[in-house]
Every structure is written in structure tokens, then in C-alpha cells.
Design a protein around this ligand. Sequence first.
Ligand code: PMV
Length: 337
Amino acid sequence: MTVSSAPGKVYLFGEHAVVYGEPAVPCAIERRATVSVTVRDDDHVRVEASDLSLDGFTVEYAGSTDDRPDVNVPAGLVEAAMGYIDAAVEQARDAADAPDAGFDITVESEIPLGAGLGSSAAVTVAGIDAATRELGTTLPAEAIADRAYHAESAVQKGEASRADTFCSAVGGAVRVEGDDCRRIDAPDLPIVVGFDGGAGDTGELVSGVRALKERYGFAADTVEAIGDIVRTGERLLDSDPEADVDEAARIAEVGDLMNFNHGLLESLGVSSRSLDSMVWAAREAGAHGAKLTGAGGGGCIVALDPTPETLTALRFTPGCEEAFRAELATDGVRRLE
Ligand code: PMV
């Protein structure tokens, strides 16, 4: 058996605009998806996921992932998650030149599905890494990221950036602009996450922004302004640790930029009442800044607050189901067995 894990992420800045070639800065967090893979002596794929849905599910099928029956797979988000597992299987078969390889796969995840924390990227990255290693091929993290991007793109019909998959594969804070992906230095940020218990449909939200841009030319200015926020934010994060910067002032300015970014995402129509109320609860509790993270529509917000105030306020905010502090994940894909 081969086991890999990969982290989820929050977007400090730049989601949606990244789809149009602007830069984005996601940051990996210590909430992981773990995938265990054992090669079989037939071409069947058997997937067991105990915590991707309320009751868990097991599905087994033969040969190509195109032949997978939908029976046993709960509809909606879990069906979508299975799409990423199928795509990861195909990438591993391709990488190891083993088109008929069969696998027993177990997926465990601490990352809520479709909530803006990069659950699909983490499952895809960990799945490709574990399955390729199980077949005797070990790829560098960048190659796993590239294959995971192609897997996600196939599932999301071309509407995916490299941001989530690269961040999950290499860990830390990263900067992604088109095909140019790299790690950046970032200070230890006091990240707090609020989760409304819901989810957004990434494909639909991305299409909604595209439609708005087609209808109103000036929406393109909003996308560009998000790019400017990212460029300003990354300079701030990446600034020389030797330089004479006041750390608290730097984090406060990152927070201002996150507030600005949330306002622009709101204007693009991707926020929601519960996301806005968590953002405002965080700001009123004294957070340096707060914004939605990921595609939006529902799911999570990210705030910066070194004190316990935001965490406590979120826990009492109607519409917030869970709030937690998230440590930066400095490792991306982790090889456990
Ligand atoms: O909600 P998530 O984690 O799927 O993030 C989506 C981010 C978008 O910029 C909206 C789309 C993308 O692929 O970059």
C-alpha cells in the first residue's frame, strides 16, 4: 500500500481573476486529504471514501474510468469528487505507462467539499502521487502539480487555473500567473477560517463571472483591479525579512488588501449572504481583514486575527457552522508510506 496526503488552501488574493491571466496568491493550510492506494492484479478500480459523505460510499468498476457506474455514488458534490479520483487514476496510469492498472483506493479528507478550501485539488494531488508511486514511478512535486492541473481541467471542462493544484502539491504560499507558478516567502499569518456548512458550484460561478464580463465591459476593470491587489499583496508578503518592517503593520496591510479584494469579488456576484455575514463578523471582532476564499457562492471565508476574538465571534455568527484556526502547511504533498 502507498499513502500520500496533500493540503487544502485558502486564497489570500486573486481567485476568479486568475482565470483571466491575473496572478493569484493561495496559501496551503494544515487540513489534508489522504489517499491510500494498493495495486490490484486485475484492471478494476475500487474506491472507498468514508468521510466524503455522511454515510460514506464504496464503488467498484472495471477498466476505463469512463465505464464507472454512478450506482453507490451519492449525487452532487461526492459525484464531483469521484470525477477527480477518476481523473487522478487516468493520470497515474499514463505517468507509469500502465493503462490497465487496477487499484484499491481509500480517500480520507479533513477538507470540506466544494467550500473554497481546495478539496478537489488535494484529493487529486494525493491520489496521483500515491497511485504513481504504487506503480513504481516517483514524480517531483512540480510534475504531480502539472498532472493534477490537467486532471482538474478535464473535470472542470477547461475552466481551471493552476493555482489550487500547484499550491497543494508544493505547499506554502505560492504565486500563480498563467503557467508561471512559484513559491513565495510569506510571514506566519494568523489565519482564521469560517465555514457556513455549504458549498458553491465552481463551474457555475466561473461562468457567471464570464457572463458578467461579456455583458458589461467595465467588469474587466474589476478583474484587473483584483490583479493589482495581488501584485501589491505579493510584494508585501515577499518583502525582505532583514528589512526594517513592522510585522504587525505588514499583516494589517495584507488585511486591508483582503478587504478590498472581497469587495470586488462581491461586485462580481460570487459572494453570498452567509459569506458576507461571516466577513463582517470577523471585521467587527477586530480581524485585520476578511474575504471569501475560492469560488464563493457559499463555503468558507478567511480572516487574519492573532487574537481569539474572530474565532469566538464567528462561532456565534448565525450562518457559521464551524470556525477554526489554520496553520500554514509548509509541506505540500507528503509521502506517508
Ligand atoms: O473554490 P475552489 O477551491 O475550487 O477555487 C476556485 C478558484 C477559481 O479561481 C474561481 C477557479 C480556478 O480554477 O482558479
